[in-house]
Design a protein around this ligand. Structure first.
Ligand code: 5GP
Ligand code: MN
Length: 336
């Protein structure tokens, strides 16, 4: 993978570009993708944003979101854009399996593949150019760096700033995580200068949920949360029947894993959700417990040191059993 700065001289030549990101995109995936989209269209490129799956309704306000193609439900349109692309930007994921059914076309179609990502152990062999930096708070921050370093700071307009702010704000836990460097705050100052209305972005992201989501939270906190004080660990295991009963939609489960992490003494919080086709897990830790390694070892996943996820094909009961055995094996680290 060659440095991303090698493509700067070619930015001005109009071309067909596709931007994609990980399945079930969060605000950083969608925000970095649409931030880059709103930047690149200013050069006259034909830019298509393709999401491997559907996305949460709280992301639909983002400038350009209405043009995003869902690979699963608009497959013909997506395949046509992929067949015509010259450049492909892959944002906010480290391994190609994170784009689900888009993996095969991405591997096979002849184009220049460019990675911008902050996850650990990226599959660098799959990319021609790119930047991977695990010290970065968010992919949105990296897209901001890409724009600034290519000499195009003046192209950061209100649309770009809203998308990038959504990514950096959510991936830093509203500027609370260690990854929130002075550079992150300088970036936000620059976005404000470019016309960002940050309180509107917070409202768009956090104040548009339906009542059912909070009834669902009430249910899982009361009935599905187990605390293992011996291991400083909390687990919420959610059966599929709960998702059906409370009409839970994509995005409604985001943030659940943070509830148990707020309990005094808890160092590891996990949520395992039976989504029907797979058991999806989310892990968060405080301090020195490495959930990236934990997710890789037991749950076919990965991510960051303090935030990771995984997926399993076994039943929910089996995955829960696996989790309980895994924390026993890691007792020493969870108690240190
Ligand atoms: P979340 O728990 O919010 O879904 O994900 C936390 C972090 O772990 C994110 O950075 C996400 O990209 C990563 N992650 C989540 N699930 C998986 C997975 O199945 N595989 C890998 N490699 N990373 C994941
Ligand atoms: Mn991210």
């Amino acid at each position: 993978m060659k440095p991303i700065s090698d493509i700067f001289p070619f930015l001005e030549e109009p071309k067909n570009i596709v931007i994609t990101f990980h399945q079930k995109p969060d605000a950083d995936a969608m925000g970095s993708g649409l931030g880059l989209y709103n930047f690149l269209i200013q050069f006259g490129h034909k830019v298509t944003v393709i999401s491997p799956t559907n996305w949460a309704s709280f992301l639909k306000w983002m400038p350009g979101a209405k043009k995003v193609i869902n690979f699963e439900t608009q497959n013909d349109k997506a395949m046509k854009a992929l067949a015509e692309m010259q450049w492909l930007f892959c944002l906010d994921f480290n391994v190609l399996s994170r784009v689900k059914n888009m993996e095969a076309p991405i591997r096979e179609i002849n184009c220049t593949r460019i990675l911008i990502d902050h996850h650990q152990q990226p599959e660098v062999a799959a990319f021609d150019y790119g930047i991977s930096d695990t010290d970065k708070s968010s992919t949105a921050e990296m897209v901001y760096d890409f724009i600034v370093n290519s000499g195009n700071i003046k192209k950061i307009n209100t649309d770009v700033s809203e998308c990038l702010y959504a990514g950096v704000m959510t991936d830093t836990g509203s500027f609370r995580f260690d990854s929130t460097s002075a550079g992150v705050h300088r970036m936000v100052a620059q976005l404000k200068d470019a016309g960002l209305n940050h309180s509107q972005v917070h409202e768009n992201l956090f104040d548009n949920f339906l009542e059912n989501r909070f009834r669902f939270f009430g249910n899982i906190l009361l009935n599905r949360m187990e605390i293992f004080y011996e291991y400083n660990t909390a687990l919420i295991a959610i059966p599929q029947q709960d998702l059906i009963k409370y009409n839970v939609k994509t995005g409604d489960t985001e943030g659940i894993v943070n509830f148990p992490l707020s309990i005094k003494g808890i160092k590891l919080a996990a949520v395992i959700i039976d989504r029907g086709d797979e058991r999806k897990s989310s892990f968060r830790s405080k301090g020195g417990f490495d959930v990236n390694t934990f997710a890789r070892k037991y749950f076919n996943g990965g991510g960051h040191f303090n935030a990771a996820g995984g997926k399993n094909t076994e039943t929910l009961e089996e995955v829960v059993k696996k989790f309980k055995e895994a924390i026993k094996e890691n007792k020493e680290q969870l108690n240190s």
